[in-house]
Design a protein around this ligand. Structure first.
Ligand code: 3HC
Length: 311
């Protein structure tokens, strides 16, 4: 369509078409996408730590193989999202530097400890379940590379969610001790999973603009509500209870009502005062330093290779 670059951009978004890397875009659109995509990628990479904690202690070879595959997927999601973010003109080294120096965030959910094996099930069922609820709409995001990355990632997330659900089901049908372990994990992961969707809509700094640009397709509270509606019946079939006495079906709303979320806890975790914030960043920085020789070797190989082959 004709008109000024802004008019072309607006018409493309209004028509539910994609903005591609070479298209003109408002600078604020670019920086919002870099912020969100970088934080999404950081979440995937940091998210490897809580689960990796149990790879060497998985109760069977089958469970170990599943968990290794899942953690490997998370790494891949991170690299996928860094690549998508790089289409906006920013390098992943710069993004990682911002993560390591606390200038960019990762999801609050990964600042909680994985205390027992059942946490691996609770993370798969609840954290990956919440991630799916949040990420399916992102497949329709107005920025092409992000939307396309989400399609691939959502397919793998459904395996993550199913294996977590199945893990909890086998525990809840096991011995009383296994059942208690599963219930304890759900009690600890339920409320932090609801916080993953972000602050309440009336306290969300970015939602209005992100929804106008069709980056965010549904509000934080709407996706949170959708997630609760999905989880309540699943908890019933797991034979586990959700730690919210206020949970009850509201006929006229057609949704479950649920209790108040502790937003002070959420803000504390975002400030860096969660149970594992320091440990997660320390381990991330150490992994980055320990991996420097791999990056240097790959760069040296690439330089030698490109020098050898005539351009
Ligand atoms: N953890 C950390 N920070 C959060 C947060 C959370 N759960 N929710 C919101 N915030 C931050 C925002 O980044 C923003 O801070 P900033 O301006 O410094 O960036 C502030 O709180 C205000 O929140 P808003 O609602 O205004 O911010 P957004 O519009 O960005 O909405 C979001 C937050 C819904 C998380 C959105 O950024 C989003 O959809 N991100 C992509 C999805 C994502 O990052 N998912 C991570 C989940 S974990 C995962 O995917 C791994 C899985 O495979 C297990």
């Amino acid at each position: 369509p004709g008109g000024s670059p802004q008019e072309v951009f607006d018409a493309t978004v209004a028509a539910d078409e994609r903005i591609e890397p070479r298209d003109w875009m408002p600078e604020a659109y670019r920086t919002t996408l870099i912020r969100q995509m970088a934080q999404h990628a950081h979440s995937e990479i940091i998210g490897m730590q809580p689960e990796a904690n149990w790879i060497t202690r998985a109760p069977s070879l089958r469970r170990k193989a599943i968990l290794m595959a899942k953690v490997q997927d998370e790494a891949g999601h991170g690299l996928y999202l860094y690549s998508a973010a790089e289409t906006l003109g920013v390098g992943r080294d710069e993004l990682l530097d911002k993560l390591h120096s606390g200038r960019q965030r990762y999801s609050s959910i990964f600042n909680y400890p994985t205390l027992t094996w059942a946490d691996v099930g609770a993370i798969g069922w609840l954290v990956d379940g919440a991630a799916i609820t949040n990420q399916v709409p992102l497949c329709r995001c107005s920025y092409g590379p992000y939307a396309r990355a989400m399609v691939r990632i959502c397919k793998e997330e459904s395996f993550h969610q199913r294996q977590g659900y199945e893990l909890l089901l086998s525990l809840s049908r096991g011995t009383p001790a296994q059942r208690a372990m599963a219930q304890d994990a759900v009690d600890r992961w339920w409320w932090p999973s609801l916080m993953m969707f972000g602050p309440p809509d009336d306290e969300s700094a970015h939602s209005a603009q992100s929804m106008a640009w069709k980056i965010k397709r549904h509000s934080n509270d709407e996706l949170r509500r959708r997630f609760v509606d999905i989880c309540v019946p699943q908890a019933e079939s797991l034979g586990l209870t959700l730690p919210d006495p206020a949970l009850r079906w509201n006929e006229e709303r057609g949704h479950y009502d649920f209790g108040a979320i502790d937003w002070a806890e959420f803000q504390a975790v975002l400030r860096g005062d969660g149970p594992c914030n320091e440990q997660r960043l320390d381990q991330r920085r150490r992994a980055h330093e320990d991996g420097a020789w791999v990056r240097d070797a790959a760069a040296a190989h690439a330089a030698k290779h490109s020098a050898a082959t005539p351009s």
